[in-house]
Design a protein around this ligand. Structure first.
Ligand code: FAD
Length: 658
């Protein structure tokens, strides 16, 4: 990697207020985490999430099938028929933030797409719920089970399948670790078009499933553009082979896009083909301090205009985040002086002299205009890494004190930092932030991919605490909703944001997503409790929808009887109570004629009445927004209640008469 020639020269020539100097060579002390701490079970933190009774409990017979299929003991972690140490199971049950923790008892590690297909088909036929898992670095609780879902890990699917050195197209198994792929590409003069702090652990399948954004989206674009094709397995075992390696392919719907960012809700990705750019030979990194957020915005504008095609990252950090890094790592700060805001600018190009000259001019310009107050430019690769670690290390250091409430949001640039100020003010006003143990909150920090209007608002806590959560939510989401931002810029929805999706997506969009989910995963076995599209708690209503999705002539899936059990477990949202059409009614009637369903029908009627009544008193959360009780709601609800209950009542009478 080349070294820019400006350093001391810039120092000498700079007549502006700032001083450009070389970063310290002091070796950085790696932050050592204390002994692993376990978070609470998700079932305790989210008692409203109930296990869907449609799903079977895992039995020894199921385990025997999987053991036979996968062929060796190391391909399973079996806590169903054997005693496994919690050290073996915990990495799959707990997430990176120690915020979510499941009760999984079985982990499967298939080595091929064929094995994934057989696993999913068996799970679908036997109503076994599953959670696909890559590197388990996801930050919204989507990668770990809630109850006893089976984890299907991609860790043994880790082969680089092919690389075309002319076109730059890489084809890999889903379980290849991002950093391994990038190192492989580096040897060929190419680069993986995604980079993020968790690169040493996350898998490419997981990256695609979350549509990860990362540090260089500004330059290389999103995975929606770079992924050329993929191979995936649907819940019923069908292999979707769309491992296209062409950039242009306008032949109908681009269905792979549904898997990119689909968070494992409609199928499991087993391989990916991706367009990789040439690796720039000249990389320069500068770390700058500014006295206000307005000045950081000006610096960004200048960077875009003056560095244009070589600008590869523009990252924002506030002083609170940098204080955290310093507090945890006890390292030397890059700049001697302290400032409210910092930014990291990276350029990547092919001509080091040309790039260095451009960056030099840019730095001189922003300093002479007093946009930037102080700055430092990396001299070699070690210093580049050191500067990047000031940014990449924030996530880890913020989590050091016990946990983090994380909000990864998109906000129009001019308002980006205001959310951090407003949140800090709220937390302080509630008396939750302080330096001693009694206060749950350590600090409120803001940083992120400023080049993409992507803010990471992090609240560092000593422990997860409902009081903090209540101050933060729905406040943060309402704040974002008001300015038409996005409640999830790059981390996805998972468990964390499931009930708030309505702040960023309208009802039509959410309904369409639900339809896609039903089409691909009618039994709802994939990631059943995370993401809005996996809506396990409305399963009774789904049952009725299910009737309309399958015309009478269609053979009912084996799991139909289990679907029916959900009639016992009603947790209906009034928004889902739609009018039944005639075909639904006929089908439902036929179904209810079964004598065995009598008790269930009775329970259903009572549950619906109960749910409707409660919702009318307390209001209802509809797509994340609180729909307060109104007369209209009462009438609406009652009408819908009678729609379904009169049908079941009528049928009950028929049953009684016969
Ligand atoms: C320190 C740190 C920094 C981070 N920085 C960023 C960042 O800059 N930008 C960013 O976007 N994210 C970032 N993340 C979040 C996380 O790393 C990404 O979401 C990553 O893409 C997840 O990959 P994974 O393999 O760990 O997936 P997992 O965490 O294992 O899974 C994530 C989700 O994808 C599903 N999934 C996993 N594999 C598959 C598959 N093969 N098929 C279908 N579904 C699957 C899971 O069920 C889950 O819902 C960061 C995380 C950490 C810990």
């Amino acid at each position: 990697m080349s070294t820019p020639g400006l350093l001391r020269a810039a120092l000498a020539s700079n007549s502006g207020p700032a001083v450009l100097r070389c970063v310290s060579n002091t070796p950085m002390r790696r932050f050592q985490d204390s002994a692993p701490r376990r978070g609470n079970f998700t079932t305790d933190s989210y008692p409203e999430i109930k296990r869907d009774p449609r799903f079977s409990q895992i039995t020894a017979e199921h385990v025997a099938y999987f053991r036979d299929l996968l062929g060796k003991d190391s391909a399973l972690v079996d806590g169903v028929t054997a005693d496994v140490s919690s050290d073996d199971m915990e990495p799959y049950n707990g997430d990176w933030m120690r915020k979510y923790r499941g009760h999984c008892k079985l982990v499967l590690k298939p080595a091929s797409t064929g094995e994934v297909s057989k696993i999913l088909k068996y799970c679908n036929d036997n109503m076994l719920a599953v959670v696909p898992q890559g590197g388990n670095t996801g930050l919204v609780g989507g990668s770990v089970p809630v109850f006893d879902e089976i984890v299907i890990s991609t860790s043994r699917m880790n082969q680089i399948r092919s690389f075309d050195e002319v076109s730059g197209v890489l084809v890999v198994d889903a379980g290849v670790v991002l950093e391994i792929a990038d190192q492989f590409l580096a040897e060929k003069g190419y680069l993986f078009p995604l980079d993020l702090g968790a690169k040493g652990s996350c898998h490419i399948g997981g990256n695609v499933a979350t549509n990860a954004g990362g540090l260089r989206l500004l330059r290389y674009g999103s995975l929606h553009g770079n992924v050329l094709g993929l191979q995936a397995v649907l819940p019923n075992g069908t292999i979707v082979d769309d491992l296209c390696t062409l950039r242009k392919n306008n032949t109908g719907y681009d269905l792979k896009q549904l898997f990119i960012g689909g968070e494992g809700t409609i199928g499991m990705i087993t391989a990916v083909s991706i367009q990789c750019p040439q690796r720039g030979r000249a990389v320069n990194v500068a770390f700058l301090g500014a006295d206000s957020f307005e000045k950081i915005q000006l610096a960004f504008r200048e960077a875009k205009s003056q560095l244009s095609e070589i600008l590869s990252a523009f990252e924002l950090m506030d002083s609170y985040s940098q204080d955290m890094v310093h507090r945890v790592r006890q390292n030397k700060r890059p700049l001697d002086s302290e400032h409210p805001f910092y930014c990291l600018i990276e350029t990547t190009g092919s001509n080091s002299e040309h790039d260095a000259e451009k960056l030099e001019k840019f730095l001189e310009d922003v300093m002479s205009k007093d946009i930037i107050a102080d700055g430092v430019l990396a001299q070699d690769e070690t210093q580049i890494k050191s500067l990047w670690s000031q940014r990449e290390g924030i996530t880890e250091c913020v989590g050091h004190f016990g946990g983090t409430y994380k909000y990864d949001v998109s906000i129009p640039l001019k308002d980006l930092y205001r959310l951090v100020d407003d949140t800090r003010e709220r937390i302080e006003a509630a008396g939750l932030k302080g330096d001693t143990e009694e206060f749950p909150v350590v600090e409120v920090v803001g940083y992120g991919h400023m080049g993409d209007c992507n803010l990471h608002l992090n609240v560092a806590v000593r422990r997860y605490d409902k009081r903090v959560e209540e101050v933060l939510e729905p406040f943060v989401y309402e704040w974002i909703g008001k300015i038409n931002g996005s409640i999830s810029a790059e981390h996805g929805i998972g468990i964390a944001k499931k009930k708030y999706l309505g702040f960023s997506r309208n009802d039509t969009m959410i309904d369409l997503m639900k339809q896609v989910k039903k089409l691909y995963d009618p039994n709802g076995i994939m990631n059943p409790y995370g993401t809005v599209i996996s809506d396990s708690n409305t399963s009774a209503w789904d049952t009725i929808h299910f009737l309309s999705l399958y015309p009478p002539s269609t053979t009912k899936p084996k799991a139909w009887s289990q679907q029916a059990q959900t009639m016992d477990n009603l947790s209906l949202d009034t928004a889902d109570l739609e009018k039944l059409n005639d075909k639904d009614k006929t089908e439902l009637r036929q179904f209810l004629q079964n004598e065995n369903q009598k008790a269930r029908v009775q329970a259903t009627v009572h549950s619906i009445a109960d749910v409707c009544f409660k919702k009318c008193i307390t209001g209802t959360i509809k797509n994340g927004k609180l729909d307060k009780t109104e007369e209209g709601c009462m009438a609406n609800c009652a009408e819908r209640f009678f729609d379904i209950s009169s049908l079941t009542m009528k049928h009950l009478q028929q049953i009684r008469q016969t």
